[in-house]
Design a protein around this ligand. Structure first.
Ligand code: IMP
Length: 183
């Protein structure tokens, strides 16, 4: 779905598909250089990371396995609490392997900080994070993010995997929603 097909649901496009893809290619090149010769596993967090995972993987110049987790964080409305339940765990044993968590967005960072320590406790060789988007609040929590696509303002965004009530994930761009959508 393109922004033009969304009628008046959108407020503004923050990042176009072209900009996103160009940045994902840069991240892929950097990741490939950093993990050369290492046993790397990309771990995506369902469902938001689906788009960034698929573009990032295809931009890598060699083969890498992917695995997925589904977690639910107990929170009210659009804010997460950091209390997390695993709905789907990894298929792979990650002992001794280098894990790169692939995320769509880091907001408070609470979910990721929980996920990183959960994966580290399984004796992974390393656990790093790659996120397409980062909001300003992420700096308040002690979560080191190694690869960041874009720093964005503290606004609720949809598209490129990100949803509002399960909608708009298939928008190609990243955009803010018009106020009437929330009502
Ligand atoms: P955190 O624990 O606050 O960092 O929450 C991260 C999760 O909240 C993301 O994986 C998203 O699912 C969701 N989230 C945070 N900000 C947004 C947004 O602007 N749009 C859509 N989902 C968001």
């Amino acid at each position: 779905m393109d922004a033009a097909q969304m009628g008046d649901d959108l407020e503004r496009v923050l990042l176009t598909q072209d900009r996103i893809l160009a940045r994902v290619e840069e991240l892929a090149a950097q990741i490939w250089a950093d993990y050369e010769g290492k046993d790397l596993v990309l771990v995506g967090v369902l469902k938001g990371a689906v788009m960034v995972m698929s573009d990032l993987m295809r931009a890598l110049p060699g083969t890498v396995p992917m695995d997925w987790m589904a977690i639910s964080s107990y929170g009210s409305g659009t804010k997460s609490s950091g209390v997390v339940r695993i709905l789907k765990d990894l298929d792979a044993d990650i002992t001794g392997r280098h894990i790169l968590i692939v995320e769509d967005i880091v907001d408070s960072g609470l979910t990721l900080s929980w996920l990183r320590s959960n994966l580290a406790s399984r004796d992974a060789a390393s656990v790093e994070i790659c996120t397409l988007l980062r909001k300003p609040d992420a700096s308040k929590v002690e979560v080191q993010v190694r690869y960041v696509g874009f720093d964005i303002p503290n606004e609720f965004v949809v598209g490129y995997g990100l949803d509002y009530a399960e909608r708009y994930r298939n928008l190609r761009d990243v955009a803010t929603l018009a106020p009437h959508v929330y009502r």
